[in-house]
Design a protein around this ligand. Structure first.
Ligand SMILES: [Mg+2]
Length: 239
């Protein structure tokens, strides 16, 4: 099985016991593979590996899909990374084009090939959408406050599918996991998926009709464990 999981609110959420049970599986079972698929920039993912209990993923998709690296060497996965780069107009063009949109605050976090903002109820969403479209980029709004500007066609699902194709993942053995709207593209891949118990309501609604998706009761890591059981995906029991 290949777990392709979001981090915040998903792999990093749930009780300490649930996290321990889930993380341990990746040390014990060589047939379990892990891919991180996060909105974080790479620089904010690396400190996680200082925790001895944190398994090392085979691949890291970060920046909401705009960065794809190998988990051990942190080398860019080519030609995917260059394809994404070609579609990115650059931070300066994006910053300039969105400078006069009200209520838009840049997120001061490490980021590459995307620009992330906070928005609020004063933000003119239609104007924002239009500007982003004129830039030849995509806009993803999530959790009622995050606005990500991404290279056109690039999102978590796109990069995961490209990775799956290039490295010949058995697609019926992939389980995707997430909790907010920037994970929707993962659920639209057609792979098996779990929307964890603490997910934003909009994501639950948007995935309600997808028969490949399991809606878990448990939060974060607990929801992933619940889904592995539901789909009868392999994993050595703890005891
Ligand atoms: Mg999340």
């Amino acid at each position: 099985m290949i777990l392709a999981t979001d981090l915040d609110g998903t792999f990093l959420a749930g009780s300490d016991e649930q996290k321990q049970e889930l993380y341990q599986k990746f040390f014990l079972d060589q047939y379990l593979s892990l891919v991180f698929v996060s909105g974080r920039g790479l620089a904010s993912i690396l400190p996680l590996f200082e925790m001895a209990s944190m398994p090392r993923p085979h691949f890291i998709i970060c920046d909401v899909g705009a960065t794809v690296v190998k988990g051990d060497s942190l080398e860019a996965v080519e030609p995917l990374q260059s394809l994404i780069e070609e579609r990115w107009p650059g931070k300066e063009s994006v910053t300039q084009a969105l400078a006069d949109i009200k209520g838009l605050q840049p997120q001061e976090v490490p980021q590459q090939r995307r620009c992330s903002y906070f928005y609020n109820n004063t933000t003119d969403i239609d104007a924002l959408k239009l500007r982003v479209q004129q830039l030849g980029c995509d806009l993803i709004l999530s959790a009622g406050k995050f606005a990500d500007v991404l290279p056109t066609g690039i999102n978590k699902g796109f990069s995961l599918q490209r990775l799956a194709k290039q490295f010949l993942f058995a697609t019926d053995k992939i389980l995707v996991a997430g909790d907010t709207f920037n994970d929707l593209s993962l659920f639209n891949t057609g792979y098996k998926g779990v929307v964890v118990g603490n997910a934003e309501p909009g994501l639950r609604d948007a995935t309600a009709a997808l028969h490949t998706i399991y809606h878990a009761r448990e939060e974060g890591a607990g929801g992933i464990l619940e889904a592995m059981q539901h789909f009868d995906l392999p994993g050595i029991p703890q005891k």
